[in-house]
Design a protein around this ligand. Structure first.
Ligand code: NAD
Length: 342
């Protein structure tokens, strides 16, 4: 097991990679009321394990469509019924959707309860559960409403990933590649040379890439928790990805893979990235089974969606640009220029 500590001005998170979910109680105050929030799919596979703790469980529906204020309100109402108090501890057990919603309700109910995560998708383990960003969508626009508040712990049990559909596993690979591309050339090379082991989820390889990907995010969040500049790097591929999610209804990870290739193309066009490095990124994503382009792209709708991006400033968007694999900078890019590469 690998442990990483994330410490910022607002809080501190203990991250345990390769921990067993059955040890969840070790991370909780024995006397506290605990409420678990999870979704239907996760409970379908892991209900028995979770019920053994004897905690109250709130079940939500699955998918990006439930990341709304309606779901949040419904959970608040269940909190009322359960008699949730300031001392109650909330645990989100699920993918990025469950983590984002759990973090948001816990951060806002009674002006903030303590919370922790047991991320059950690869994407949530390497990305969504780390860094304290949580929130919900509004009218299909991603994460427009939210807070930044650090969970007390993130417990990554690799065994839970075994029930994850292949498509969802691939989405996690897209975020791991993103972390490698923006800040860890060694991780990128490791991914290229150990593809088989990673795809077959061999434990040693998986634990290494999850740990390294988390470290990239932790280092960035510790420097810039509130996203003044450095944290925008984690948004590599995401400006276009969020628009693709809204317009083409793609799963987050697939949109990130395609968005990453577009971002890399933009960097080649701007002369900051070599064509062969763009090709390495594209090939690695392809070999991990991810899409890297769409047959048809609704360009105007994509540009329209990017114009509502949270990182938009006038006619520009703050984006991460590559200066090689493992090296990125944050720059303001005219939305028009993004249109040219689509
Ligand atoms: P998800 O939470 O929708 O999970 C994908 C699917 O897998 C769902 O159907 C879920 O029910 C199912 N599932 C989860 N765990 C399972 C398991 N162990 N076995 C079987 N099925 C399981 O999606 P995701 O890809 O985990 O997360 C995407 C979300 O994360 C997006 O909303 C995105 O915006 C958000 N996100 C947030 C951050 C952040 O910093 N807060 C970072 C990245 C992504």
């Amino acid at each position: 097991m690998k442990k990483i500590q994330l410490t910022t001005n607002t809080g501190s998170t203990q991250i345990a990679i390769g921990e067993d979910v059955s040890n969840l109680k070790d991370y909780l105050d024995a006397s506290a009321q605990v409420v678990i929030i999870s979704d239907k799919n996760v409970l379908n596979y892991h209900r028995v394990k979770l019920e053994e703790f004897g905690f109250q469980i709130i079940e939500i529906e699955t998918g990006e469509n439930v990341k709304t204020l309606r779901t949040v309100e419904n959970i608040y109402e269940q909190f009322l019924e359960l008699g949730v108090e300031r001392s109650t501890f909330i645990v989100g057990v699920g993918g990025g959707v469950v983590c984002d919603i759990t973090g948001f309700v816990a951060s806002t109910y009674l002006r903030g309860l303590k919370f922790g995560f047991v991320p059950t998708t690869l994407l949530a383990q390497v990305d969504a559960s780390i860094g304290g960003k949580n929130g919900v969508n509004l009218n299909g626009y991603k994460n427009l409403i939210g807070t930044i508040r650090q969970p007390n712990f993130v417990l990554c049990d690799l065994e839970l990933l075994k029930t994850l559909p292949k498509e969802d596993l691939k989405c996690g690979f897209a975020e791991i590649v993103k972390h490698a591309v923006i800040a860890d050339a060694n991780l990128f090379s490791y991914l290229e040379s150990n593809l088989e082991d990673i795809i077959c989820m061999k434990r040693i390889a998986l634990e290494k890439v999850i740990g390294d990907a988390i470290s990239v995010k932790v280092n960035i969040v510790q420097k810039d928790e509130l996203e003044q500049n450095e944290r925008v790097k984690l948004n590599f591929g995401h400006t276009i990805a969020h628009a693709l999610e809204k317009v083409h209804k793609l799963p987050h990870g697939e949109a990130v893979a395609i968005g990453s290739v577009y971002d890399a193309k933009l960097c080649v066009k701007k002369g900051t990235l070599k064509e062969e490095d763009k090709d390495r990124i594209e090939n690695l994503l392809k070999k991990l089974g991810l899409p890297t382009q769409l047959d048809y792209i609704k360009k105007d709708a994509i540009i329209g969606a990017i114009s509502k991006d949270k990182k938009k400033k006038g006619t520009d968007v703050k984006m991460a640009l590559l200066e090689g694999i493992g090296k990125s900078v944050v720059k303001e890019v005219p939305i028009e220029e993004i249109g040219e590469i689509l």
